[in-house]
Design a protein around this ligand. Structure first.
Ligand code: SAH
Length: 212
């Protein structure tokens, strides 16, 4: 095993499985995506740290555990079409691409979107589409989605996103204040009704309306 492979195994054992993420698809995906490819030059040695890391433009790649928790909560299945708002480095999109059928990920900062596209192409994640846009409107032309992940914090959920959730689908979003939010999971039943569950406190960078 090379260094990155054993660091990745340790990350999955100690940060993901030990904290209760148990979906075998999520565990397998996180074991196969090289997180070091998504962190900026000079940060590779920290890629498997138990926390977020800077990726430039005042943004961060989320903590591995939070990525695993969100993707498990979204309960995506092989073949699903999924949407991410806030692609950032592209790491979470890469993990989802190993589980779902197609991943549409929206990013408002073009230089982050460009880098994410390059890294994903190098890794052969050809079922991920990174789009340059303000994601608060979602992606109505590709809706509905079986799973939606919002990777940036908002006081309340932009209404367009829930409208784009398929029956049986789940939407995961950090909702609350500037520095602390509750990770909230919305489920749409087959008959269309919505329920919400709180997965606990998190801290995300803000969801910002408007394109750069
Ligand atoms: N999932 C990412 C982490 C993203 S950090 C990863 O794995 O690396 C949150 C990202 O959301 C930032 O890159 C930020 O630019 C982006 N963002 C914030 N508001 C947005 C909006 N309205 N539309 C699209 N992206 C947005």
């Amino acid at each position: 095993m090379d260094d990155a492979t054993s660091l990745r195994r340790a990350m999955v054992d100690q940060q993901i499985i030990a904290r209760g993420v148990s979906d075998p698809r999520v565990i397998h995906a996180m074991l196969t995506v090289p997180r070091e490819a998504f962190v900026p030059e000079g940060w590779q040695a920290h890629a498997y740290n138990d926390g977020p890391l800077p990726i430039g433009a005042d943004q961060t790649i989320s903590q591995p555990y939070i990525v695993g928790l969100m993707i498990e909560a979204a309960a995506m299945q092989p073949g699903d079409r999924v949407l991410e708002i806030g692609a950032g480095s592209g790491y979470a999109a890469a993990v989802m691409s190993r589980i779902a059928g197609e991943v549409w990920a929206i990013e408002r900062i073009p230089k982050l979107a460009d880098r994410a596209r390059r890294v994903l192409a190098d890794l052969g994640c050809d079922n991920v589409m990174i789009l340059d846009a303000d994601g608060t409107a979602g992606l109505p032309e590709r809706a509905p989605f079986q799973a939606i992940i919002v990777s940036a914090a908002a006081p309340t959920l932009p209404p367009a996103l829930l409208e784009q959730l398929a029956p049986g689908g789940r939407l995961v979003a950090p909702l609350g204040g500037r520095f602390q939010q509750q990770l909230t999971v919305y489920s749409r039943t087959e008959d269309g009704s919505i329920s919400a569950e709180d997965l606990g406190g998190v801290a995300f960078v803000p969801l910002i309306s408007g394109q750069v």
